[in-house]
Design a protein around this ligand. Structure first.
Ligand SMILES: [Fe+2]
Length: 344
């Protein structure tokens, strides 16, 4: 209770914004993502084009030729056979893996693998294009990895039972990420547009709305906020909502770790949406592929960076640490020496 009250004070918010967040940001960019930071500098050694998010963690994009072209191609490929097959799969899936989006509650399907291989390659080429990589790198301030690339098919099912990602939430899987959602079908209010709060969440992942559901703690229900909570505050400019609505190819960049969003709540029509998710290796859903050699390398890399960081930021701390290390080594050597001496 006392902590909750303290968290609402201006002092706490000031502390969070000007001390905790900038400090964590330095650690995240230069230590946790040291590897990505070096690649970032190397990548931007050459001047590269990127889409500027204008100091926000989301931006809607209209009339991008590449997005329009790929969305038309995917739509033509999927309509109608692939979509009919996917709809059958959704309706007949009986497996329960996620209480809000599986079994009889399932309302969407990943169908990227159903695309023809050449088309899949084209989608990958777009996701890994210089423009998109540079856009993600500029936002993250480190070189990204493409963690997720998927095509989602959402259908109207039990509209009244609002569940899972249809409720307001943040994807709590890390510190920073950048997703690009591209509309593959035309999107309007009938096929569950992705909605997001327009204003930058300046506290990033350190801010959580007190409306978040803390009682239910199962997958798909954790931390969700009712679907009309922010809609009811729409007259307050801090809670203005933008929606990914429009023709095929309309797109939205969004940091889903920091921005509250919801979507896929189709009332009458299906929705097709392409998603590229640019993340960093520390995000929890990024699958590690770490060999012993790589872990050893990373350990030395982080240690080296930590030394440099401490040297520049805390010369005194570094000296104390080195002295401590020296002292410890001397004690160890003395013990070894004395041990061997007495054995003799
Ligand atoms: Fe989400």
């Amino acid at each position: 209770m006392v902590i909750k009250k303290f968290k609402n004070t201006q002092i706490y918010k000031f502390f969070l914004l000007y001390i905790i967040k900038p400090f964590y940001n330095i650690i995240w960019e230069y230590i946790i993502n040291f590897h990505g930071k070096i690649l970032y500098f190397l990548w931007f050694f050459k001047k590269r084009k990127f889409i500027d998010l204008e100091k926000n963690d989301k931006k809607i994009i209209y009339n991008n030729e590449d997005f329009i072209k790929i969305s038309q191609k995917i739509y033509d490929f999927c309509y109608p056979n692939v979509l009919e097959e996917s709809q059958r799969e959704i309706l007949t899936d009986s497996e329960i893996t996620n209480p809000t989006n599986s079994g009889t509650k399932k309302y969407n399907n990943s169908i990227f693998q159903k695309l023809d291989l050449n088309l899949q390659k084209e989608v990958y080429d777009l996701a890994e294009s210089e423009l998109l990589i540079s856009t993600a790198a500029k936002y993250l301030n480190v070189f990204p990895i493409l963690d997720k690339l998927d095509l989602y098919h959402n259908i109207p099912r039990d509209f009244e039972d609002v569940r899972g990602a249809q409720l307001w939430h943040k994807d709590d899987f890390g510190y920073k990420s950048l997703d690009l959602f591209i509309a593959i079908s035309d999107i309007n209010e009938n096929n569950g547009p992705l909605k997001v709060l327009e204003k930058l969440n300046k506290y990033g992942v350190f801010f959580k709305s007190d409306q978040e559901n803390k009682k239910k703690n199962t997958m798909g229900e954790r931390g969700k906020i009712s679907n009309d909570y922010f809609e009811n505050l729409k007259n307050n400019k801090d809670y203005k909502i933008i929606s990914l609505k429009g023709k095929k190819g309309t797109a939205l960049f969004i940091d889903s770790f920091t921005s509250y969003h919801r979507g896929g709540h189709c009332s009458k029509e299906d929705r097709l949406m392409l998603r590229f998710s640019y993340q960093t290796p520390d995000a929890v859903r990024v699958k590690p592929n770490r060999t012993f050699l790589l872990i050893t390398f990373l350990f030395f890399e982080y240690f080296f960076v930590l030394m440099i960081f401490l040297f520049f930021e805390y010369f005194f701390v570094l000296m104390t640490f080195l002295f401590f290390l020296y002292f410890l080594t001397m004690i160890l050597l003395s013990i070894i020496y004395l041990k061997s001496f007495f054995q003799l």
